[in-house]
Write a new protein. Structure first.
Length: 548
């Protein structure tokens, strides 16, 4: 990557930090020799458990580069599943008992019984993921009160000279998702607390989001996490940079950008390509024709930087695109068509000088989905009871009747159906078989939902119904019907490898595929796929999200 572009990235980060923290803060880490206590969850645990890639190691390396004689003392008290409220319980327990969290060899009691120069708190992602906190103002107020109480308790116990509150990193990689909207609300509360108590805000979440945005201009599947919660290499660097910036160690943060982040940009920008993103513009459930924005980025290379490429979006037969071509390094097309194949392949092609580039742009066929069906019918909060959770929708599915109409599903609940497009931003990635309900709802405890597709087959054929989930935490009960026949009912999270294959049959003509997924807490995503038997191919199947 040209040096000028690296400078531009540094400028972006400087603007992010300035907007998040006001005037640049003074250095707080005593030339790299401060005793720093990190209070957090599994992400804080990974600051050590991810080896040299972990963000605590990244901070240490940067401080030693800036202060060659420094001996950083960064202690990570990270506990999987911990939120603001539960960490207060950890602290209370550690007053009299030996308590260990995620990082081997670290005792919470021994750590908190000693004073610290700097206390850093990074909590909140589990409060959203579990969830321990809701979207209403009362719940947000309660979370803020708990946070202030935890700060007061830790301040009395370890008497830090500096306290930094880290802004929460993204959950899912779509910033407009319900989870990230709630995280944004919690981050506003973090800033409010910091201002009220005269503490430092550490722009960790801002830096990680900016790395994601920059990475997507180089590669359409660039990620800052490996499971949409826990940071990967790029995310770890972003956290370390945000920590250092918020603590006033700007030279150390710059060292990380130049020595580590720049290598990621160079690696991902090595092969000349066109990066892209697809954004659905319409979500009408009454028409199969849909409109999308297709954005593209042409990462400039030194020999082409002074010339603009001409880029076209090639579309399937029957689709429309506007404009016909764009002559810019980044631009946007509007495309309309019927995404009735399992993957609808468009492709970008462009040329600048003698250089030609091409990138496939697959748009998966959508699902028709509905959520916000709260059914607390779980025995001991572990076993879903499908008979007690039976709804008029279930009855309509099995009777071959209309199940997407306006019907009461219990306790005055009525569901709203909408299109869902699998995306690289959610668990399951862009697999057409995947539905991550985090895309459409915050997901309160005991919430359930449905997904449906209509599938056209030119002949009768046996198929394999392949079911699964990619979640790392959660308990999900899944029910699946084809043409009203129940083919699977069970806890998909309890199946070996969280996968299950079931023999099924498609009839000639239109077939109705429906699933119902009920989750208890934590993550909520399922895979419902069709696979051919030997000697067959499902390439000629067609899909719809409106009943034929």
């Amino acid at each position: 990557m040209p040096l000028s572009q690296i400078w531009r990235i540094n400028l972006i980060f400087a603007l992010v930090v300035a907007s998040a923290t006001g005037a640049p803060p003074e250095p707080a880490l005593q030339n790299g020799n401060a005793r720093v206590v990190l209070v957090g969850d599994s992400i804080t645990g990974l600051s050590r458990n991810a080896g040299g890639q972990g963000w605590a190691y990244q901070m240490e390396n940067a401080l030693k580069a800036v202060y060659p004689d420094a001996k950083p003392n960064i202690i990570a008290l990270g506990g999987s599943g911990q939120g603001v409220g539960s960490w207060s319980g950890v602290e209370k327990n550690s007053r009299t008992n030996s308590v260990k969290l995620d990082v081997p060899g670290i005792n919470v009691k021994e750590t908190l019984d000693q004073p610290a120069d700097v206390l850093v708190i990074m909590l909140g992602i589990n409060d959203v993921l579990a969830p321990y906190v809701g979207e209403d103002q009362r719940s947000l107020d309660g979370w803020q009160t708990q946070y202030e109480q935890l700060i007061a308790t830790l301040r009395r116990r370890i008497a830090p000279h500096v306290i930094g509150l880290a802004k929460i990193t993204p959950m899912t990689e779509e910033m407009s998702s319900p989870k990230n909207r709630l995280i944004a609300a919690l981050n506003e509360r973090v800033e409010t607390i910091a201002k009220k108590l005269d503490l430092r805000v550490l722009p960790v979440g801002d830096c990680v989001r900016e790395i994601l945005a920059q990475g997507r201009t180089l590669r359409p599947d660039f990620h800052i996490s490996y499971d949409f919660v826990h940071p990967n290499e790029a995310g770890q660097i972003g956290i370390a940079i945000g920590m250092l910036e918020g603590l006033g160690e700007h030279k150390a943060a710059d060292w990380l950008r130049e020595e580590h982040l720049s290598k990621i940009w160079q690696r991902d920008g090595q092969k000349p390509s066109i990066s892209w993103a697809v954004l659905p513009m319409t979500n009408s459930v009454s028409s199969e024709s849909q409109t999308f924005r297709v954005r593209y980025w042409w990462p400039p290379v030194s020999q082409a930087a002074d010339h603009k490429p001409r880029v076209e979006l090639v579309i399937p037969k029957g689709w429309q695109v506007s404009p016909s071509a764009v002559e810019e390094f980044n631009g946007e097309f509007t495309v309309t068509g019927t995404p009735d194949q399992i993957k609808n392949i468009l492709f970008l092609q462009g040329q600048v000088g003698a250089e030609q580039r091409r990138a496939d742009v697959p748009i998966p066929t959508p699902w028709l989905v509905a959520a916000k069906l709260v059914q607390p019918v779980w025995e001991k909060n572990t076993v879903f009871q499908p008979d007690r959770g039976r709804t008029p929708i279930d009855q309509a599915i099995e009777a071959g009747a209309n199940f997407i109409g306006d019907m009461d599903v219990g306790h005055g609940q009525k569901l709203t159906w909408q299109r869902y497009y699998p995306s690289v931003n959610y668990t399951g990635f862009a697999a057409p078989s995947s539905v991550d309900f985090a895309a459409i709802t915050h997901g309160v405890p005991f919430e359930g939902g449905y997904g449906a597709r209509w599938i056209y087959s030119e002949r009768d054929r046996p198929v394999q119904l392949q079911l699964g989930t990619a979640v790392f935490a959660g308990n999900i009960h899944l029910a699946v019907w084809i043409n009203g026949a129940a083919l699977y009912r069970g806890h998909i999270t309890s199946e070996p490898l969280r996968r299950k294959s079931v023999e099924a049959h498609l009839q000639k003509g239109w077939n109705t595929l429906v699933f119902k997924a009920n989750h208890c807490t934590w993550q909520w995503q399922v895979l419902v796929d069709l696979a051919p038997n030997e000697g067959d191919s499902l390439a000629n199947l067609r899909y719809a999200t409106t009943p034929p």
